[in-house]
Design a protein around this ligand. Sequence first.
Ligand code: FAD
Ligand code: SF4
Ligand code: SF4
Ligand code: SF4
Length: 433
Amino acid sequence: MKLKPILKAENGFEFLQSEIVEKNLCDGCGICAEVCERIKIVEGLPELVEPCLLYLGASECGKRGLCVDNCPQWEERRGFELLKAKIIDEGLCTGCGACAAFCERIELVDGVPTSVKDCIMKLDAIQCGEYGLCYDHCSARLPPIAELETRIFGSVREDELLGVYRRIFSARSTDPEILKHSQDGGIVSSILSYGLENEIFEGVIVTRGTAGDRWKPEPVVVVTPEEIASAAGTIYSVSPSIMGLGEVIKTTELKKIAVVGTPCQIKATRNIQEHLFRKAEDIDITTIGVFCMENFEYSCLTNFIENELLAGSGQKFKDVTKTDITRGRFHAYTEKGDFDVDIKDLDKCIKSSCRVCTDFASEFADLSVGSVGSPDGWSTVVIRSEKGEQVMNGIIEAGKIEEGDVKIDMVKKIAKMKKEHAAKAAEANEGGE
Ligand SMILES: Cc1cc2nc3c(=O)[nH]c(=O)nc-3n(C[C@H](O)[C@H](O)[C@H](O)COP(=O)(O)OP(=O)(O)OC[C@H]3O[C@@H](n4cnc5c(N)ncnc54)[C@H](O)[C@@H]3O)c2cc1C
Ligand code: SF4
Ligand code: SF4
Ligand code: SF4
């Protein structure tokens, strides 16, 4: 599938050109040329005869441009149509579930957002805004980074690779029960348990395997430390985690909520906070992001593990007790031992959106946690916001974790690598490769 960076040409005639004309949607109706004398219809298509200034005589042209706003083709492409054209069909959908979380007109069918009822740009009593709430929530969209950082952290980044942060350190849970189930140092589970026990959170959105398949991820809302333990460990497949946020808001009275997710899921949560919850002061969300280099399509990964990695071993995917990616290799652990493979062999299973994703260290979370930069069995913790710092200070004071040395350069190296890969992938897609 062809990938493109979204909304490259944001405004005016450039936008009309890239989104309508180049996509063969223009039928030459000439309305754009009627509303602006800088445009002429030449051989059935609009052409600019004078520079577009987003300024028309005495009036401003608005954010998008009068030509765009009046284009009947563009008019039709708002709400779900817009989401489909710009995100889903372009291979940029991360499968986060944020579009479907609050709109019953969208469902995820095999992980793909699908319109199941006509989009009416209206969500219960709420108008869906200029482009549609589904589009505004989408994890593949972000406001300008400095704007977002100022809103959530009160400052902008000094470190291009890691984003805004107050402190980075290595840590491990002091609770042997948590360590038994967790992926690395059990820091995510420690944060969640501490938060619930101390009423900082009333509910937590985590990802865990379904009842019938331990490796098929689904979001769940949990309220006890026991339930948190049941969701510990990493599932390397895309989870529509933000559906869990929708569920908790729509079906419960819980207001203090923690969301655990990959960097894309954290971005969607930030979008929702801005667009849907901006005026809902009683809803208090804490975001815990995990580091993420890439994620995999569930059916492709399952097939690979069952039919290639475990082939001839007598072991099935259901026998796998843990999966992990370390030092460039994917590992599947079973009672019969560790089966591993070069991570490059899993390239075909990487979700297309991950190839252009630039965020490794969950740059917009309150707290980010990963394994890179720490010894085996430990986690790297990034404290970013004041809220994250308060929670983490409480955990440290309560003796719930122990601290160790972190290799920040290692985290930066991987973050840089991810940004470079994404830039190359975007360039290749632009060039039509
Ligand atoms: C898809 C994916 C890719 C990752 N890639 C890297 C990487 O390249 N480098 C790196 O250093 N770290 C990576 N991580 C993070 C790492 O695997 C651990 O999650 C992290 O170190 C926290 O460990 P812990 O022991 O503190 O977490 P635990 O206490 O074990 O808790 C893990 C939490 O992760 C959540 N979770 C599990 N699977 C998913 C999922 N598919 N989507 C969303 N949430 C999930 C669970 O809800 C659970 O709460 C990745 C995580 C995921 C989910
Ligand atoms: S969220 Fe709004 S714009 Fe999007 S599909 Fe639903 S009704 Fe349409
Ligand atoms: S990235 Fe998330 S919000 Fe955007 S289309 Fe995909 S599932 Fe919907
Ligand atoms: S690589 Fe990016 S898009 Fe893919 S799962 Fe990780 S954060 Fe999401």
